[in-house]
Design a protein. Structure first.
Length: 130
């Protein structure tokens, strides 16, 4: 049931990342760079939240994609985990409502890393929740 924790961490990190980054709409390069340079703590914390959040969301996205693929292959799917992760994808809705560009970047990084880290061969034994 760590998936609820991953969903909460991913959402909170996405929220903090969006609110600690300088505004990107309308995008003014000079203002953006100036804010990044003169507010190094906020910039650093936003980057840390981005990194932790996209890793947490990648676990959730990986579980959703693996569940769909295993279901199509008629293999065993952990339905409870899969439904929790599908419901957790709704957190991206709120992130997109606050800042579309940063949320899209956040989602794309999570999706790509989640797809890269998929393992459909369940014969290997290791901790999959990392």
């Amino acid at each position: 049931m760590f998936y609820l924790l991953y969903i909460a961490v991913g959402f909170l990190c996405g929220y903090f990342m969006i609110h600690w980054m300088p505004p990107v709409t309308p995008f003014d390069f000079t203002y953006f760079i100036t804010e990044l340079i003169f507010n190094p703590l906020r910039t650093f914390l936003a980057m840390i939240c981005f990194f932790i959040g996209f890793l947490a969301n990648a676990v959730v996205i990986r579980t959703v994609i693996e569940g769909v693929i295993l279901c199509l292959q008629r293999k065993q799917v952990r339905w409870k985990e899969w439904f929790i992760c599908c419901g957790g994808m709704g957190s991206f809705y709120w992130l997109f409502q606050w800042e579309t560009r940063l949320a899209a970047l956040f989602f794309i990084f999570s999706l790509i890393y989640g797809m890269i880290s998929m393992d459909l061969d369940r014969s290997r034994q290791y901790n999959r929740n990392l």
